[in-house]
Design a protein around this ligand. Structure first.
Ligand SMILES: Cc1ncc(COP(=O)(O)O)c(C=O)c1O
Length: 434
């Protein structure tokens, strides 16, 4: 549905829900409750996705097999633990547009980012910089700076940050490309979040990869806010690596294992330095317990430890819902829900906030970031100082979003469990409280 077809009023939202082919998937998730026992308007899937109702059964299966089989569960569990992670491989590959050998679920995002930088950040005196988006997620900033220092370089001269133009919130694609063009020869690694965590801006990952590779840079993406949210074609776009977490749009549960993509062109790059662990060792000879490391081909060769089966079990429950709903339908509904939220927010025509997320469909996913405007009315200044309080008041009104200092309220309508009525009610409550 296009913006010009949207109408005001809750009946319209109800009609959209009634004709939504994915509406019934909401029942597959536990929706947090208000104190009064009604469903919250949960718009925080960009932070922590909701629990699939089937997650419990998937976990119980593994708990039962552990209780009944002990160590034998590695081979005799209903889903033997030894190859358990492969139960997720195809669906993970589908979510990020990769070949199965290019993906693996392991560790957590920041750990995977370090592992990838060990292999793909190899600075020289001529080419030592890492290009990141200014104000990247703090963990990425710490990881990147610590890698620069680890190699004996100085973040003051080796960290290059992309910043929006004066008075703008988002980066322009052409500015990213021209910086790569200008500085490319000194850049060892480009590391960008596929979707910026503050603004919700989706970057042109194909364009950045091409621009970087033209200049001889390696390219990686942090897809924490992109995986399960926007369509991804990592294999075709061709970045060298990507990392993501599975607990946001992918509903894998708090602290769930992270995801990692290594492009096929590096599958047999044995010469790359890497930090090794026994789970990355060739499976045929792993249990000979020899002293020399022979990595598995592809992304699995970067594994360190045997994976946490209970976490993977919850993840399976979620990925199966994605597979059942179909990624295209999930993305189509996501696009429509976000456009509807933007339409309703525009209708408010309020001077107290502005949506800083790009308006173009291809430059945003589920998240909209609402910036409370400084200056102007006193009320607004009060709101700004009390941004967290605004969040608390919305939570008391049953709306769960989150606040990012200094002035941004983030919300995401997630296609698998949010409804058009959620969006409608959120905008009404937000407008009433700002
Ligand atoms: C963009 C981004 N990068 C990195 C992280 C850190 O993830 P983890 O704690 O799984 O390492 C997060 C966590 O929310 C994030 O949003």
């Amino acid at each position: 549905m296009t913006t010009s077809e949207f109408r005001a009023g809750e009946e319209f939202a109800a009609a959209l829900d009634a004709s939504d082919p994915l509406a019934h998937f909401r029942d597959r998730f536990h929706i947090p409750k208000t104190k009064a026992g009604t469903d919250c308007i949960y718009l925080c899937g960009h932070s922590l996705g909701l629990q699939p109702k089937t997650a419990r059964a998937y976990l119980e299966q593994e708990l039962r097999d552990w209780a009944e089989l002990g160590v034998e569960g590695h081979f005799q569990a209903k889903n033997p633990w030894m190859p358990y992670h492969r139960l997720l491989t195809q669906q993970t590959a589908d979510v990020v547009g990769a070949q199965p050998a290019e993906v693996v679920g392991m560790n957590s995002l920041t750990v995977n980012l370090h592992l990838m930088m060990v292999s793909f950040y190899r600075p020289t005196t001529e080419r030592h910089k890492i290009l990141v988006e200014g104000g990247a997620f703090p963990s990425d900033q710490y990881a990147v700076k610590s890698q620069i220092l680890f190699h004996g370089f100085d973040p003051a001269s080796s960290l290059l940050e992309l910043t929006p133009r004066e008075g703008e919130s988002c980066l322009r694609d052409e500015d990213i490309e021209s910086l790569i063009e200008r500085e490319g020869k000194s850049i060892a690694l480009i590391l960008i979040g596929g979707v910026n965590y503050v603004t919700g801006q989706v970057f042109d990952m194909a364009g950045i990869t091409q621009a970087g590779h033209r200049k001889g840079c390696l390219v990686g993406f942090d897809l924490a806010h992109a995986a399960g949210n926007v369509p991804l074609q990592l294999h075709d776009w061709g970045p060298d690596f990507a990392v993501w977490c599975n607990y946001k749009y992918l509903n894998g549960g708090p602290g769930c294992v992270g995801g990692c993509f290594v492009h096929e062109r590096h599958a047999r790059a044995w010469e790359l330095p890497r930090f090794a662990g026994w789970w990355g060792h060739d499976e045929g000879t792993r249990f000979q317990m020899g002293p020399d490391f022979h990595p598995i081909e592809g992304a699995e060769g970067w594994q360190l430890s045997n994976p946490p089966i209970l976490a993977l079990a919850a993840m399976r429950a979620s990925l199966e819902i994605f597979a059942e709903a179909g990624l295209e339908r999930v993305h189509a509904k996501g696009t429509s829900l976000t456009a509807y939220m933007q339409f309703l927010l525009d209708q408010q025509g309020s001077p107290k906030f502005s949506v800083i997320t790009p308006r173009e469909e291809t430059r945003r996913g589920a998240q909209l970031s609402l910036r409370l405007l400084r200056g102007g009315r006193k009320l607004c200044d009060r709101l700004l100082r009390g941004g967290r309080k605004l969040c608390d008041r919305l939570a008391a009104a049953g709306v769960i979003g989150d606040w990012r200092e200094p002035d941004t309220f983030r919300v995401a309508a997630v296609p698998l469990y949010n409804s058009y009525q959620d969006v409608y009610r959120f905008v009404q409550r937000f407008a009433a409280l700002t």
